[in-house]
Ligand binder design. Structure first.
Ligand code: FPP
Length: 242
């Protein structure tokens, strides 16, 4: 089945209304626990939800989608869970590579790839290179081993390495992992938690925030529509006056 062949639902009023939506995908563990399943089953269901959400974002012509898949702090989880997540990412990348021309998206990985397994890194780099050659209109940023603080330190050091001694905001922005993306318009966090958890600390300065009680594996097209509707009801002033 084609992933993105046609718009399957209504919601025309929601099409093309925002440029960048970011998701903190929370609640996989609770979703699994409620069903008496292993946490890894929650993450696997979360990966499926991710596909549904990306598909709906595409239908709504949101050109940049960012998902927080693994933070710099997630390494502190039990070894079996980290291994299960890394295995899931590896298999997920296989499906993205296989379906590259269905997704028609550029894939960008946000975060420090250095501590990741060489085989996983190689797939990430291949996906970045191949997708950038073919598809530039829509972008999926996947944050893996990503931390907002780590990103800012990385960006500052990169600017210094490039010869800067006094840094400007532009110097930092140029070296963010998200340098190729606009700032997010809307940041969504699922599962009822209301915090940023080290995600897009610089970029989300003026993002609208929306917190939903839905657990990430339950997210579907209707939830994306609701997020966009909430966003459309907000007034953005960027610190100025309306
Ligand atoms: C947080 O929920 C979720 C994660 C740390 C992992 C997110 C990963 C996925 C959704 C898989 C998607 C994969 C790709 C490659 C996009 P939690 O485990 O902390 O949930 P809990 O708070 O209910 O325990």
């Amino acid at each position: 089945m084609a992933l993105f062949r046609k718009r399957e639902r209504g919601g025309e009023d929601l099409v093309g209304r925002l440029s960048h939506i970011a998701f903190i995908m929370d609640g996989n563990g609770r979703w699994a626990k409620r069903r008496g399943l292993a946490r890894s089953a929650g993450h696997a269901a979360g990966a499926e939800a991710c596909k549904r959400v990306i598909r709906r974002c595409r239908e709504l012509e949101i050109h940049t989608v960012t998902v927080y898949a693994f933070s710099t702090e997630n390494w502190s989880r039990p070894r079996e869970e980290v291994e299960a997540l890394m295995g899931l990412f590896d298999r997920y990348l296989d499906t993205l590579l296989a379906d590259l021309d269905e997704y028609r998206m550029r894939f960008v990985f946000l975060g420090d790839k250095t501590p990741l397994a060489p085989a996983l890194r190689e797939k990430m780099e291949r996906l970045e290179t191949l997708s950038a050659e073919r598809h530039t209109d829509y972008t999926l940023n996947l944050a893996i081993n990503y931390g907002g603080r780590d990103e800012l330190v990385h960006a500052a050091n990169a600017a210094i390495a490039a010869g800067k001694t006094v840094l400007t905001a532009e110097d930092i922005e140029k070296h963010l992992y998200t340098a190729a993306s606009p700032d997010p318009d809307l940041l969504v966090r699922t599962a009822g938690e209301m915090r940023l958890s080290n995600f897009l600390l610089w970029q989300a300065s003026y993002a609208e925030l929306w917190f939903t009680d839905r657990l990430w594996p339950d997210m579907d097209a209707a939830d994306v529509d609701e997020a966009v509707r909430v966003y459309l009801g907000r007034t953005r002033r960027f610190g100025g006056l309306k």
